[in-house]
Design a protein. Structure first.
Length: 110
């Protein structure tokens, strides 16, 4: 059995990125702040995900002045699946059938 190797390349890149931001913060703090802001708020590329299972019903709920839309499968207290920043409900599609098979209704955004 092979063991996963730790990536020194990723660690090296992270250290280099931190050093660059420390230097930029000293030399041009406003510019460094703008770059950091842009990196933070850039949505990552979408991952390919399987389609949502058939049979889900669309729903809409108002929450704190925003409308949340999604699909729900089954009835009763629901397991609400939430994706991360830049994600979509289809990324969670693989969880719906196992939850339903165990008797847990499921809902996800999308």
């Amino acid at each position: 059995m092979s063991r996963p190797r730790k990536s020194t390349i990723v660690r090296s890149r992270n250290l280099a990125r931190r050093a660059a931001f420390r230097t930029a913060d000293l030399l041009a703090p406003s510019r460094a702040g703008l770059i950091a802001r842009d990196l933070w708020f850039t949505v990552p590329p979408r991952l390919v995900a399987e389609p949502l299972p058939e049979g889900g019903e669309r729903f809409e709920v108002d929450s704190l002045g925003a409308t949340v839309r999604g699909h729900v499968w089954g009835t009763g207290p629901v397991a609400y699946l939430v994706h991360g920043w830049g994600g979509n409900g289809a990324q969670l599609a693989a969880f719906v059938r196992p939850l339903l098979a165990d008797g847990h209704p499921a809902a996800c955004h999308g």
